[in-house]
Design a protein around this ligand. Structure first.
Ligand code: PMP
Length: 391
């Protein structure tokens, strides 16, 4: 079969960064006990009430084709949510429901790029970003956010990259996976200034917007002059522990959404009505429920901070949000890859090498805070002791 270059080059060649994860899973399958701190998925299942709402909706007939843009009530609920949370007046015409945030990311890049156009993204980055850009024939160009700058991108770095590449789009993600960085107003203003200067579409991945432990979540769409050039990616996956339901959204200017709707018609042809109804019910559970979903991560972040006190080998890189911690292991003299491998083989703990998320996270490992408190705390203490022995 003579396949397109676009599809055969999506991964960009080389490792996809999941080698350690696969190795750990293989060891588990062989009967080893491994503590897994690798995957960004809650250690709880979707709440029973949400599942009951899904079941009731399906039994009630929401099993046919749903409206392609999304069911009206859910679009309205998302619009109200964004209006309330960001202050930007948002209507259902600004909202399209997608199969998770990932499908919204794809749609956003499809909207922003023609074949051969460059899109900037920030390194370290969530694993799918460059592949999503390549999926639409775009050229991904990473802009480094230095560990020593709290993994925040700077005006200078973005300005140089935008000027040099003639990029059409810039993808940002705050709260950030993998770093836990929450972009402050100053950083977002710098990003907005670059976007306006170089006429970039900003794709703002805000799927962790309910998980902020320090500072506040600010949507770049709310900054002056940004609503007309920003596409916001949102999702029920992280905020409501609904990863498998595949409900997310893209929010942007009405005219842009009109074109994206044509893409949705010709790709997924809508999202299952019963999962959309479940999402609507879940949003109705309100902020207390969202806080409950996020609480374990906030708690474990504090446990980790405490467990890492009184030693210098493993440094916690100021995680302000999301379900991850970045540990700076440079004092051990190992790379993130080597540290993670050694930790797996010698202490049976699986963490993600920072290098899996880009060169800017080299010398770090990412910890997903997605196991119960007691084993989590024990694992962090073990990692601290392991680091101290190496340093
Ligand atoms: N963006 C980021 C930063 C993520 O971490 C994830 C999931 N891990 C997604 C988008 C996509 O999530 P979903 O498609 O489940 O909404």
């Amino acid at each position: 079969m003579r396949l397109s270059n676009t599809i055969t080059t999506i991964t960009g060649g080389g490792s996809d960064g999941w080698d350690l994860f696969v190795k750990a899973r293989k060891m588990i399958a062989e009967g080893h006990h491994i503590t897994e701190l690798t995957i960004g998925e809650h250690d709880i299942k979707t709440d029973t009430r949400i599942l009951e709402a899904m079941h009731a909706a399906a039994l009630g007939g929401a099993t046919g084709y749903a409206m392609v843009p999304g069911i009206e009530d859910l679009r309205q609920a998302v619009a109200t949510r964004l209006t309330t949370r960001t202050g930007v007046i948002t209507t259902p015409d600004n909202v399209l429901i997608t199969a998770g945030g990932q499908a919204a990311l794809f749609a956003a890049f499809r909207a922003a790029l023609d074949a051969g156009d460059t899109a900037l993204y920030i390194n370290p980055y969530y694993a799918t970003y460059p592949g999503t850009i390549r999926s639409v024939g775009g050229v991904p160009l990473a802009v480094t956010a230095e560990a020593d700058n709290g993994f925040l991108p700077t005006f200078e770095a973005l300005d140089v990259a935008a000027a040099g590449s003639g990029a059409k789009a810039l993808l940002i993600n705050s709260p950030n996976n993998p770093t836990g960085a929450v972009y402050d107003r100053e950083t977002l203003e710098a990003i907005a200034a670059v976007a306006i200067k170089h006429d970039l579409i900003v794709i703002s991945d805000e799927v962790y917007d309910t998980q902020v432990w320090e500072g506040e979540h600010i949507s770049i769409r709310a900054l002056e002059g940004m609503a007309e050039r920003t596409l916001v990616v949102g999702s029920m996956s992280k905020s409501h522990a609904m990863t498998g339901s595949r409900v997310g959204w893209l929010v942007g200017p009405e005219a842009a959404m009109g074109h994206v709707l044509n893409l949705l018609t010709n790709t997924n042809y809508g999202v299952a009505g019963f999962t959309q109804r479940a999402a609507l019910f879940a949003l109705g559970l309100g902020e207390d429920f969202e806080a409950e979903i996020g609480a374990p991560f906030q708690r474990r972040r504090a446990l980790a901070q405490k467990a890492l006190e009184g030693q210098n080998a493993i440094r916690l890189s100021k995680p302000s949000g999301a379900m991850y911690l970045m540990l700076d292991i440079r004092a051990t003299g190992l790379s993130g890859d080597d540290f993670a491998d050694k930790l797996l083989m010698e202490r049976a703990i699986a963490v993600m090498p920072g290098e899996s998320f880009g060169s800017a996270a080299a010398g770090h490992v990412r910890i997903a805070m997605t196991i119960p408190d007691a084993p989590f705390e024990a694992a962090i203490k073990e990692i601290a002791a392991f680091g101290a022995a190496l340093a």
